[in-house]
Design a protein around this ligand. Structure first.
Ligand SMILES: Nc1ncnc2c1ncn2[C@@H]1O[C@H](COP(=O)(O)OP(=O)(O)OP(=O)(O)O)[C@@H](O)[C@H]1O
Ligand SMILES: [Mn+2]
Length: 525
């Protein structure tokens, strides 16, 4: 058998092997496990983990502290939301609607643009910029194109389609290939050849992002922390834009079943690597600087009011913001830009007619495009939506030109909502209060959202947990939604008392819910 000496060496070798295993495998694993059990796990890196979206897989990941704890405590995702979306009020079928785009035209147009981009790539490489190559394989099957192709006369996206959740995941996680000023900022600098210039965008800073799959989006950076309320003396037209309001508005619009806000996701960008290094726009590049606190900052270059005081800064590079999916290019789907009939005066002293004339709605009712179809009712839906968020900045609205008077309104630009949770701005409800009209479908859903099992604040809380920047808004803002919902329903009730149900409630649901007693879903709780 083995000598004493070789037995000694075998034991020694085994002890060394065990010690190595203990030191380098067992202990680190135990340590990791103990950390994981306590950690509030910060968001993992951008590309490695797309945010968990409610429509797809339901494991918790990519969440920060409080939000993650909350998700883990609810076994498998958004019970309440799923229950809401399967309620009969959310199942009504409309007749198949007109699509906005013809697939053939869209594919031809984007293929042309991809080819043009590929040609520019060559030039860019000569300038030492790495530009991406777009093959049709990259974009023909992508969620942004599917989203654009699904837009129809009734809404920007279909109900309960997992496509939207996948698109939101893309917005929050896909690799960015290029950054630029948005078209309206280019127009201000005289560099836009676009036929349809929208309007000056003042001090608001937005960035156009292009993704690796040829999709596009607008990024609005964080300017105000979630916890800050807009000070009382600030006028609505100089109020700051809030990225979290853009995100929350998308979720609210979906919960109300309007589906008129383009999909939005929250995301933290590395402003050096994902904006400065990826832009070929020298103007944009030149607005970057390092702050005294060593943070990377940049600002909007525009003809008035844009100085470094209005800059946004990363920490030191990371900056959170909202990313909104692009609607089809204006070449494919031109939009009309229409002044809002209840727009506010954008001066300190002047008043608009709707503020002084109690019969203003009568006049509007007889003015095209409000004299037929659902446009006026859509404006009232938008007033309800804006009252809930507290957004007073609705000066214009946009519709797809192709649908003319029959198309839905697009709820663009919701960044001035969620400013004050402690104040309900009743004047936003003027279209409803003055016209005393509301769609039955809207009213039914609003009433449903006051019920214990479907409470609006609970729906919003749950829905927003799906965003990477959760919690997107603070608790008082969520509770304000319930309070404001009651104000809306009280306004409708007053109208019904004055004019009768027939005159106030527009039956857009056919006879399916004829048996439902509006009072059985009453506002009082
Ligand atoms: N997701 C999008 N897809 C396509 N176009 C968009 C999108 N978001 C914004 N736009 C266009 O850009 C315009 C300005 O956007 P938005 O109002 O959100 O920015 P803003 O900085 O608040 O501008 P403003 O100060 O003019 O209100 C919109 O009216 C719309 O025409
Ligand atoms: Mn705006």
């Amino acid at each position: 058998m083995w000598s004493k000496r070789s037995r000694f060496f075998i034991i020694l070798a085994l002890s060394v092997a065990f010690t190595v295993d203990l030191l380098f495998h067992i202990l680190p694993q135990l340590y990791q496990r103990s950390i994981r059990s306590q950690c509030t796990c910060d968001e993992p890196s951008r590309q490695s983990a797309a945010p968990r979206s409610w429509g797809s897989s339901h494991q918790a990941g990519g969440r920060s502290g409080a939000a993650q704890t909350q998700i883990l405590s609810q076994d498998s995702g958004p019970f309440k939301l799923r229950k809401l979306f399967s309620h009969p009020f959310y199942q009504t079928q409309r007749t198949p609607s007109d699509q906005l785009l013809r697939r053939k035209d869209a594919v031809k147009y984007y293929s042309y643009k991809a080819k043009r981009n590929n040609r520019q790539r060559k030039k860019a490489q000569e300038e030492n910029i790495t530009a991406p190559y777009y093959s049709s394989r990259v974009y023909l099957n992508s969620n942004w194109l599917k989203f654009q192709l699904a837009i129809d006369r009734d809404a920007l996206y279909p109900r309960s389609d997992p496509l939207i959740d996948r698109l939101v995941e893309d917005l929050a996680g896909l690799g960015i290939t290029e950054a630029d000023h948005t078209a309206d900022e280019k127009a201000l600098n005289g560099k836009c050849d676009c036929k349809k210039v929208v309007k000056p965008s003042g001090i608001q800073l937005k960035i156009l992002l292009k993704f690796q799959n040829f999709g596009k989006a607008t990024f609005k950076p964080m300017k105000q922390k979630r916890e800050e309320e807009t000070p009382e003396d600030v006028f609505y037209f100089v109020d700051i834009q809030r990225h979290n309001a853009e995100i929350a508005a998308f979720h609210l619009d979906r919960i109300l079943d309007f589906r008129r806000v383009p999909p939005v996701a929250g995301r933290r960008l590395n402003v050096s690597k994902e904006i400065r290094d990826l832009t070929r726009n020298e103007d944009l590049k030149s607005t970057f600087f390092v702050s005294p606190a060593n943070n990377v900052c940049f600002f909007a270059r525009c003809p008035y009011m844009c100085k470094t005081e209005y800059a946004v800064c990363g920490n030191p590079d990371l900056l959170e913001g909202s990313i909104s999916a692009f609607l089809p290019d204006l070449y494919l789907a031109p939009r009309e830009f229409i002044p809002h009939p209840w727009k506010r005066s954008y001066t300190f002293a002047e008043r608009e007619e709707w503020e002084t004339n109690p019969r203003y709605c009568e006049k509007i009712k007889h003015t095209p495009p409000y004299d037929r179809g659902t446009r006026l009712l859509d404006i009232i839906d938008m007033a309800i939506f804006d009252f809930l968020t507290g957004n007073m900045d609705r000066h214009h609205y946009e519709v797809f030109a192709r649908f003319a008077k029959d198309g839905h309104i697009i709820h663009f630009d919701n960044a001035r909502g969620f400013g004050k949770h402690s104040h309900d701005e009743l004047s936003i409800l003027a279209p409803l209060a003055q016209c005393c009209r509301v769609k039955k479908s809207t009213l039914f859903r609003l009433q449903l959202l006051t019920q214990e099992d479907y409470r609006l604040s609970d729906m919003m809380r749950e829905s927003l947990l799906g965003d990477r920047l959760a919690p997107v808004v603070t608790e008082p803002h969520l509770l304000a939604l319930d309070r404001r919902l009651r104000v809306i329903l009280d306004t409708v009730q007053k109208c019904v008392r004055k004019h009768g149900q027939e005159d106030v409630i527009e039956n857009d649901m056919g006879h399916v819910f004829d048996g439902v007693n509006l009072n059985s879903t009453s506002t009082s709780r």
